[in-house]
Design a protein around this ligand. Structure first.
Ligand SMILES: Cc1cc2nc3c(=O)[nH]c(=O)nc-3n(C[C@H](O)[C@H](O)[C@H](O)COP(=O)(O)OP(=O)(O)OC[C@H]3O[C@@H](n4cnc5c(N)ncnc54)[C@H](O)[C@@H]3O)c2cc1C
Length: 391
């Protein structure tokens, strides 16, 4: 569908209004490196080796990529970013991005940390949502076992009970504080387990409004029908459906595993098919009053398309039911221009100790590496803004 742009995503003055000249020059440096396949490869390998050898590189990482993509090492340290975004009407979704500690103690610590983000968000309009990943609080192998329903040992059952309790503690606190909580989507072989927990939480806590949001990865062939079924279940059982719509982050891993184990590829055959499903998903959600939507995307067309759907359905641009979300340090041209035009916008703001968020940072570097040496959209916009400011 042809969509007339309603929000000028190319207005770089608005897009980077929260960045000083120094910040912008740093962003230019970072995206120049990650955009270049050879440099990016060398830099990420060097960082991996340096960290493995305990070489003193954390200071350098902290001053560069960490400062660009993360709020800080703690919630308190993220305050400056929260305030900076809030000044431009962009909310913060504190994302505890620590990947590691696969022990019961580590899972409990992660759950405690998510509860702290809820304390931070309580009564704070600058932090409109909280978020968690189930694998931050659970052993992935246990989640897979729970999904296949193969005989679980008593120990595994007990561990899974503890996971459900952690998830319930977070969702019940979200309900008490009135702060909605997003549950991230993960690998397809554990996603049914996550879905089951999410729907149980919605049944408990989404009676008056959407507090618990599940994530739908529209790169999966079955996801539009899953969304429709989730809506049917919600309306049939009298609760609101909280939906975070994304395209999906684990395409290569999904395809590789399907090929290796010889089951049908769960991912749409083409990018165009994913795009179509994502946009149909947006349309489905806006059409249903019992659905609250968070559109998690850096795709300009999809974000414009959602603004068109909002108008077509006679909703206010800041209808409480509809949010746009991007990651800190990426697609500021979408976030800040949408916020200026009056839409509800929030950014995931990852935080955690530098070493512990490295896997997150390396994924961002990988994601922004150009194909065939083209300049990325980010880099083009940053350079355009630097040029505009120098005039
Ligand atoms: C706020 C926010 C929250 C997020 N939360 C999650 C989450 O919980 N779980 C999760 O998995 N991801 C999550 N993501 C990441 C997301 O799924 C995408 O990987 C990322 O945003 C890129 O997609 P895009 O919509 O921005 O647009 P684009 O850059 O236009 O789309 C890229 C995406 O299209 C799909 N794609 C690319 N090539 C093909 C192909 N050949 N065939 C089929 N599909 C293809 C892939 O999903 C790819 O990531 C989140 C992103 C944001 C901004």
């Amino acid at each position: 569908m042809e969509v007339q742009p309603r929000v000028p995503f190319d207005d770089t003055a608005v897009a980077f209004s929260y960045k000083s000249n120094r910040d912008l020059r740093k962003a230019n440096f970072i995206f120049t490196v990650v955009n270049h396949p050879f440099l990016s490869n060398v830099a990420t390998r060097a960082v991996r080796v340096a960290l493995a050898l305990s070489l003193p590189v954390t200071g350098l990482i902290k001053k560069t990529v960490f400062e660009h993509f993360c709020g800080g090492e703690t919630i308190d340290q993220s305050e400056e970013t929260i305030q900076k975004l809030a000044r431009f009407h962009v909310g913060t979704i504190l994302d505890y991005s620590v990947e590691g500690a696969k022990t019961e103690e580590g899972f409990d610590t992660a759950a405690q940390e998510i509860l702290k983000t809820l304390d931070k968000a309580n009564g704070n309009p600058s932090v409109p949502f909280c978020v968690f990943k189930v694998t931050g609080m659970a052993d992935a192998a246990g989640l897979e076992k729970a999904q296949t329903r193969e005989g679980m040992s008593p120990d595994q059952k007990a561990a899974f009970d503890r996971v459900e309790k952690r998830v319930d503690r977070i969702c019940s606190k979200a309900s008490e504080t009135g702060v909605p909580v997003l549950i991230d989507a993960e690998d397809s072989w554990i996603q049914n387990t996550i879905d089951s927990m999410a729907y149980e939480m919605m049944r408990r806590y989404n009676q008056k409004k959407a507090i618990v949001f599940n994530t739908f990865q529209m790169y999966r062939t079955d996801m539009l029908s899953n969304l429709q079924e989730a809506y049917k279940q919600a309306t049939g059982n009298g609760y609101y459906l909280g939906v975070k719509l994304v395209r999906g982050a684990y395409l290569e891993k999904e395809r590789k595993r399907a090929k290796k184990l010889g089951y049908p590829d769960p991912i749409n055959p083409t990018k165009a098919a994913t795009d179509e499903m994502f946009n149909n998903g947006l349309s489905f959600c806006i059409d249903k009053r019992a659905i609250s939507l968070v559109c998690g995307s850096h795709n300009e067309y999809s974000n414009q398309y959602l603004t068109v759907l909002i108008e077509k359905h006679g909703l206010n641009s800041n209808d409480a039911r509809v949010w746009f979300a991007q990651l800190l340090g990426m697609s500021d041209n979408i976030s800040f221009n949408l916020a200026k035009a009056g839409y509800n916008v929030a950014k995931y703001v990852p935080y955690g100790p530098v070493q512990a968020v490295m896997p997150y940072l390396l994924r961002r570097a990988n994601e922004n590496t150009s194909v065939a040496g083209q300049s990325s959209r980010e880099l083009t916009l940053i350079r355009r803004e630097l040029k505009r400011r120098s005039r």
